[in-house]
Design a protein around this ligand. Structure first.
Ligand SMILES: [Zn+2]
Length: 435
């Protein structure tokens, strides 16, 4: 049940820490997403890093957080930020993050609130908490030092999406690096993350045990398929996440095929406007500005109809669980010249997964066959196995804590790094102490 009773349903053990660093995962231990972790040491300094929810149906929430004065939010994806309004509403917590993450939170929370009301799932926070949370931000620049109790912290570029941060923390006893969601590779809109020497590395392991295809080659393959579709008179529909992937797709197309007519629809429009106000966090921001002027933004119902004559439509949701993508598929599905190009991971039970496996998906409640060319491309913004291993070695920690990973992925990383560092794969709800 999600409706916590603040302070009474928390299972956090408040016994003072005698030495070392104590970690308690509320969520994100041996699972992807749903992140929340409490860090505490003998100085009595206690912080929370991330407080998200998994946007499954029904959503999954991390366990109730204990009282914390400060929380650091690594980035604006809902599985890292979604429950922060509860923290502020219940504990008056101050939220720390990059200026762009703070700015984007308003769109992300409003959308979470809207989706939960439409789908009828309970949410542990309300509009008042959301407004309080918007006032609770203390934004920081990358590299700027800030004080949390007896600790000093700073943010570093994490790759992944613009504004995403790794967190470096100095306690009197040790240096900690928290990776957040991480990519060490350059992607169209962000630079890659660089290792930071530390004693304790908390590393996301989403792609442990799996390597991505070569990114430039995958981008070329994607552009080729788009061009083939257009040359046979079809429209390519590209479902993409609003925060990161969609803007990457626009940059790729603008770079390699500027002759195409590309329309962009969905929540990503407002997100991109926030990105454009934070050029210091965007790779070659001038090019994003040009890309933005080049693509046609869908603003109305009549724009949406016009987009049906475009070459490419980039829109949400990335996993075909709603959003304008469904409206477009319903129109495009009758002409076999059209195609659907999925650009990322499709979760079990998502519309995109069903389309790939069964050639049909729910359109407004009806399971509908879609007889179009459907292909999937790997344009992930998470580091693959080899990048994660290289990053961990570059940080040369004594302790490696793997989280945000299913068991198989975490085990694959552990097997490779065994002997080089002490490896921990904590479970949600249990405490580990590192010295
Ligand atoms: Zn993320």
């Amino acid at each position: 049940m999600v409706l916590y009773t603040p302070g009474r349903t928390s299972r956090y053990d408040p016994t003072p820490v005698e030495r070392g660093l104590r970690l308690h995962f509320l969520g994100g231990g041996r699972e992807v997403g749903n992140v929340g972790c409490v860090l505490e040491d003998k100085t009595g300094t206690r912080i929370l890093i991330d407080y998200g929810l998994a946007p499954t149906r029904p959503p999954k929430y991390p366990a109730e957080a204990p009282l914390v004065d400060n929380a650091i939010i690594t980035h604006s994806h809902i599985d890292h930020i979604g429950m922060a309004p509860w923290l502020v509403g219940s504990h008056g917590t101050t939220l720390h993050g990059s200026d762009l993450t703070a700015k984007l939170s308003s769109i992300m929370w409003a959308d979470t609130y809207k989706v939960s009301s439409i789908e009828g799932y309970p949410l542990a926070w309300d509009r008042r908490d959301m407004d309080a949370a918007l006032d609770a931000w203390q934004p920081h620049q990358m590299g700027e030092k800030f004080i949390l109790g007896s600790w000093e912290a700073s943010l570093h570029v994490a790759g992944h999406i613009p504004g995403a941060a790794m967190v470096e923390i100095d306690t009197p006893e040790m240096k900690i690096l928290w990776s957040g969601d991480l990519d060490t590779r350059i992607s169209p809109n962000v630079m890659g993350a660089k290792p930071v020497k530390c004693d304790v590395l908390c590393l996301e392991g989403t792609y442990g045990g799996r390597n991505h295809p070569n990114r430039p080659e995958e981008e070329r393959r994607f552009v080729e398929r788009i061009k083939e579709t257009v040359s046979r008179g079809g429209v390519a529909l590209v479902p993409a996440f609003a925060s990161g992937r969609g803007q990457d797709i626009l940059r790729i197309l603008h770079d390699s095929a500027p002759e195409l007519e590309v329309h962009y629809d969905g929540m990503g429009t407002r997100i991109t406007l926030d990105w454009l106000e934070h050029p210091h966090l965007i790779r070659n921001h001038d090019k994003l500005r040009k890309t933005w002027r080049w693509c046609k933004r869908v603003r109305s119902k009549s724009d949406r109809k016009k987009a049906l004559d475009a070459d490419v439509i980039v829109t949400t949701s990335g996993m075909l669980d709603g959003g304008p993508a469904i409206w477009y598929i319903n129109r495009l599905r009758h002409d076999p010249a059209n195609a659907i190009f999925l650009t990322g991971y499709q979760a079990e039970g998502s519309g995109g997964r069903r389309l790939l496996d069964e050639g049909r998906l729910p359109i407004w409640g009806n399971i509908t066959p879609v007889d179009l060319n459907v292909e999937q491309f790997s344009l992930s913004n998470h580091a693959g196995h080899d990048e994660l291993v290289e990053f961990a070695r570059g940080c040369s920690p004594r302790h490696l804590v793997i989280f945000h990973a299913d068991k198989e992925s975490a085990d694959a990383l552990a097997a490779e790094l065994e002997g080089e560092m002490v490896i921990h794969i904590p479970e949600n709800g249990s405490q580990i102490t590192l010295e």
